[in-house]
Design a protein around this ligand. Structure first.
Ligand code: GTP
Ligand code: MG
Length: 197
């Protein structure tokens, strides 16, 4: 799919203040620092449409970006460790859960997993939450450029095995690197297919 336009629309903490248009949207979620905002920039070919940082806890709001004037990408705060206070983290958790429970326009969620790390309970539990609530999701294994050619497939295999302990079928998954644009076409084609269905 060709990205003809990508524009910031609104940031907020209240799901009911998100854009009212009935357009499909795709949310990016995962641990702080996993690369959610960088992936949005990579997909849209923008350097800093979504704000990124080396320090976990950069994205603190629900951020809507309108793409090609007919669908949204949504950048969310991370879960897990972040350089923010406990109170702030609690507030994030509340509005993130609200977003997933109440946002009717959500077409699919991308759960981002750092491809360097062993499966983490917090991610598996988040996917379980999505599954229980019937919220469609895919996995994106991020930062693939940081691994050598033999470690990357090994780590993915370990993750798949772990997922099959919880799920009968593997969710759709992608491998990405925001630095060398790995996975860009595949993720955009997937979105196009969901938009068209
Ligand atoms: P929060 O908003 O804090 O939850 O983080 P985030 O998940 O949005 O992560 P962000 O996109 O801000 O990236 C975190 C750090 O990882 C930054 O220093 C990015 O440059 C780096 N990064 C993100 N994606 C990649 C990638 O694919 N490869 C490499 N090498 N670095 C990446
Ligand atoms: Mg971010």
């Amino acid at each position: 799919m060709k990205i003809k336009s990508a524009e910031f629309v609104i940031s907020n903490t209240d799901v009911f203040k998100c854009p009212k248009e009935n357009l499909p949207e795709y949310a990016f979620i995962g641990r702080s620092n996993v690369g959610k905002s960088s992936l949005i920039n990579m997909l849209t070919n923008h350097k800093s449409l979504a704000k990124t940082s080396g320090k976990p806890g950069k994205t603190q709001l629900i951020n809507h970006f309108i793409i090609n004037k007919n669908w949204f990408l949504v950048d969310l705060p991370g879960y897990g460790y972040a350089s923010v206070s406990k109170d702030k983290r609690k507030t994030f958790q509340k509005f993130i859960k609200d977003y997933f429970n109440k946002r009717m326009q959500l077409a699919c969620t991308f759960v981002l997993i750092d491809s360097r790390h062993a499966p983490q309970k917090i991610d598996l539990e988040f996917m379980e939450f999505l599954g229980i609530n019937g919220i469609p999701f895919c996995i994106v294994f991020t930062k693939a450029d940081k691994l050598n050619k033999s470690t990357l497939p090994k780590n993915i295999e370990i993750y798949k095995k772990e997922l099959l302990e919880y799920w009968e079928e593997l969710p759709t998954y992608f491998i990405s690197s925001s630095t060398d644009k790995t996975g860009r076409e595949e993720i955009l084609d997937f979105i196009q297919n969901v938009n068209d269905s």
